[in-house]
Write a protein that binds this ligand. Sequence first.
Ligand SMILES: NC(=O)c1ccc[n+]([C@@H]2O[C@H](COP(=O)([O-])OP(=O)(O)OC[C@H]3O[C@@H](n4cnc5c(N)ncnc54)[C@H](OP(=O)(O)O)[C@@H]3O)[C@@H](O)[C@H]2O)c1
Length: 301
Amino acid sequence: MRAARFHAYGTAENLVIEQAPEPHPGPGEIRVRATAASVNPIDWKLRAGALHGLLPLELPAIPGRDAAGVVDAIGDGVRGVSIGDRVFGLTGVTGATAELVVLSAWAPTPGTWDDGQAAGAGLASVTAMRGLDALGPLAGRTLLVEGAAGGVGSAAVEIAVAQGATVIGTASERNHGFLTALGAVPTTYGPGLARRLSALAPHGVHLALDTAASGSLDDLVAITGDPARVATVADHAGGQRLGTHVVNAENDPALLSAAAELGRRGRYTPRVEQTYPLERIADAHAHAERGRTRGKIVVRI
Ligand SMILES: NC(=O)c1ccc[n+]([C@@H]2O[C@H](COP(=O)([O-])OP(=O)(O)OC[C@H]3O[C@@H](n4cnc5c(N)ncnc54)[C@H](OP(=O)(O)O)[C@@H]3O)[C@@H](O)[C@H]2O)c1
């Protein structure tokens, strides 16, 4: 099968398109003929070797954790899915940017999403939902999403709005129209945030979700008044120091199904900023790595 791979840790230029052995689904897994994959920060961090101490990879490795496609093989013990079903979901931590992809968690793709949107939905939605779940009930609450224009942040905005929250999102000014379209009140991040928020939310900001790891966690605790009202998916050291919720994604099919159900109801539509063909995987990684993504970067397989 054709796949993107890297044979050594390094820059995006290390990515090559070549033939790779076909993967086979183990017990509890399925294999899809992939139509699209998306790029997440963990993909370029793993490729660069930045996470080698935590998650050492066997090289050569195929990057990518998020894929969408059509089921073409089913592992032992799997129920409720058939060959030919359209699904989206998550690999272990690698393997998504290839013609054949083994998924360990998946859900049926709603008819409201195209393949690129489905490929952008997996990691962003499970991360956003776990972060929001940690904060408790959202209905009637005012929630600040720090980093609201990114993959996780934009998913969090739509999901929180669907749960009845009033959402204020931070982004650079060029993304304020994008945040408004998602249902959030936009503001800029950085110095003066507390002052801007007191004008936007005179009754206070009850809860905050950090998806930016920009060093603002102390400010978010001060703004909400309690570390228990703050969750971070991105700043693990800061969250542990301050006692906020520190949340990681899990390959949880129930969360993927919940995201798909919101998609079916038109309440969550993964936003794709740009789609690259597989041959341009290096450009897709370089784009994601610049950290200015609006929604998701997708790779068409
Ligand atoms: N714990 C987990 O399991 C888990 C899972 C997924 C992701 N993550 C982490 O969560 C973070 C977000 O992931 P992602 O996929 O959403 O990344 P992403 O899509 O690459 O995020 C890019 C966004 O970050 C925004 N941004 C940049 N600097 C900012 C700042 N100082 N303040 C606020 N926003 C800023 C940018 O907005 P502007 O262009 O408007 O500046 C851009 O929209 C990453 O650190 C990632 O590693 C963790």
